[in-house]
Design a protein around this ligand. Structure first.
Ligand code: 8DG
Length: 144
């Protein structure tokens, strides 16, 4: 048979790393999306043809109704299910308040490292991110 193998392409995601007063913007996923109720950072799938920065800005708008400015990529990781994630530092104007889009997000919090550590039910990438930033593998622009 002369049929081409379908080309396997892993899903790609982008994650927003956004600080305010040395606290990290964290969300809890809604009950109607994959990984319902898990704590994680805001983000989502990079659509075909999008740059990472464009997907970042779009996802922050969709999930939290905020306009963020991408600063720089700070980490790349791969989930246990094969999604590659681009973690982008981004800034948010001080007078802007994230508002959860309930279709995707059930809670929004600004959290310290220890507050996140003492919370349960999170995506595995979140403690991995904390560990990598603590070990110096990830360089952040704030004390966290
Ligand atoms: N948003 C987000 N996704 C994460 C994190 N860690 C992690 O492994 N993921 C995974 C879960 C999904 O497999 C993938 C994309 O996230 P998602 O579930 O929010 O996006 P989605 O596919 O529903 O796409 P979309 O509708 O939001 O565009 O990345 C994280 O901290 N934040």
């Amino acid at each position: 048979m002369n049929r081409q193998q379908p080309r396997f392409r892993n899903k790609r995601g982008v994650v927003g790393v956004i600080f305010r007063e040395q606290k990290l913007l964290v969300i809890r996923r809604s009950l109607t999306v994959p990984a319902p109720g898990k704590l994680c950072l805001p983000g989502g799938t990079i659509e075909k043809g999008e740059t990472e920065e464009f997907a970042l800005v779009r996802e922050m708008q969709e999930e939290l109704a905020i306009d963020v400015s991408p600063i720089r990529l700070c980490w790349r990781s791969v989930t246990p299910w094969g999604t590659t994630l681009a973690w982008w530092l981004a800034s948010l104007a001080e007078d802007k308040t994230p508002v959860a889009n309930p279709a995707e997000v059930s809670e929004v919090h600004w959290m310290t490292r220890s507050q996140i550590r003492s919370t349960s039910n999170m995506l595995p990438s979140l403690p991995e991110f904390l560990g990598a930033s603590q070990s110096g593998e990830i360089e952040l622009d704030v004390a966290f």
